[in-house]
Design a protein around this ligand. Structure first.
Ligand SMILES: [Zn+2]
Length: 388
């Protein structure tokens, strides 16, 4: 059974579109979701700040203060308010109209992850008349699915800080304390086209790119020496994703572009990996008489790890009777880790349903998630165990 108010708020959040997309024609404002959440959290006794990030994009920082003047820490419950785009033809129902079927609540963002905010509201309602010693901070970001601009803005302005952060991304109620990062990179080789009958008439960009690919494959082999056994794929990966170049078999190829990704393990810095790649590609321009551009295709997002001996990790492991592991997707955790906040990723949805048609939240996962939120709020905010 879900309480009528929780069901109503889940349905309302689903009904407010907040798609973020790298293609501008599909990108939407998330402000209507943020304003709705701000109203609800204000009614629940929170002080809300709507933090503009970009035109039409904003974060919410909602704080219910603690009474203990020493307690500047507090518990942060964090998530993103945007969703990915959807494929209309593949959905059985309207993605913006929450539908219950076979113990599941269907709707865009139900698992990933607007639904999390309605669960937080249900949990805090139990503490409406209970004073907090340490603050409870709720954060809803923008643009997690594209640029992570919301989380980055929080970090840059040192806003929404607390001692511990639970990120309600879909993990099917399993705690996770680490994930890999992702970098999307491109190499563009500009040579000189010419008639294929005389190789001296041009500079072949494909020949040069062949050498780039060789060296990246060697780099990929060396990455296997770095291992973190908690991941199903325990080493950093490098995937050659797409390559485009040339136009005709009888012309020397003048332009070739390669895109690849690298998924670093926690502890590997994106900028260091880029420096390594830049170094290993040295000499190719001179060898082939071409010019080469190597650059990130997007800003990328870092890996993150909270140590196994963190008190927050151990508290959650104790409550659930389960050891925190690794997830295979990226989150906003690196931005919280950069501010020294212990971070655990745990939510009621399942990542298998995220970014898919007919995304759903299993009703049976709602009660255990509410129980955990209540336990965390009681321990950290009411009892005040989240002091700095
Ligand atoms: Zn997500």
């Amino acid at each position: 059974m879900i309480k009528p108010r929780l069901r109503q708020q889940l349905a309302e959040l689903t009904a407010i579109p907040s798609i973020s997309c790298t293609m501008p024609e599909q990108d939407m404002s998330n402000v209507p979701v943020i304003e709705t959440l701000a109203n609800w959290f204000e009614s629940a006794g929170f002080i809300c700040e709507i933090m503009p990030v970009a035109p039409g994009k904003a974060n919410l920082i909602a704080v219910r203060a603690g009474t203990d003047p020493q307690a500047q820490g507090g518990l942060v419950l964090a998530g993103h308010s945007d969703t990915v785009p959807f494929d209309q033809n593949l959905w059985k129902n309207d993605p913006f109209s929450m539908t219950e079927r076979n113990g599941k609540l269907y709707g865009l963002g139900m698992a990933d992850m607007k639904g999390f905010f309605a669960l937080i509201l249900d949990a805090v309602a139990n503490y409406a008349r209970t004073p907090f010693r340490a603050p409870l901070i709720v954060i809803a970001t923008c643009d997690e699915e594209t640029s992570m601009a919301g989380a980055r803005a929080l970090m840059e302005q040192s806003k929404g800080q607390g001692r511990f952060v639970l990120i309600g991304e879909p993990t099917n109620l399993k705690p996770a304390r680490l994930h890999k990062g992702v970098m999307l990179e491109r190499v563009v080789i500009t040579g000189k086209s010419g008639h294929s009958s005389d190789p001296e008439l041009g500079r072949n960009a494909i020949d040069a790119m062949h050498e780039v690919v060789n060296r990246l494959q060697q780099f990929r082999t060396s990455l296997k020496n770095i291992q973190q056994p908690l991941f199903p794929v325990p080493y950093p990966t490098l995937n050659l994703g797409c390559i485009h170049g040339g136009d005709n078999p009888n012309r020397i190829c003048g332009l070739c572009e390669l895109q690849f990704d690298v998924r670093p393990l926690p502890g590997m810095e994106i900028e260091n990996i880029r420096a390594d790649i830049r170094h290993l590609l040295k000499g190719i321009e001179q060898q082939f008489g071409v010019s080469m551009l190597y650059e990130p295709a997007t800003a990328g997002s870092g890996a993150a790890e909270t140590p196994a001996n963190s008190p927050f990790v151990q508290k959650i492991e104790g409550l659930l009777g389960e050891t925190a592991g690794a997830v295979s997707f990226g989150t906003e955790a690196p931005y919280f880790r950069a501010q020294n906040m212990d971070t655990v990723i745990l939510g009621p949805g399942n990542i298998e349903q995220a970014h898919q048609p007919d995304e759903y939240l299993e009703i049976k996962n709602i009660s255990p998630m509410l129980l955990l939120l209540n336990q965390l709020i009681h321990y950290y905010c009411v009892q005040g165990n989240a002091r700095l």
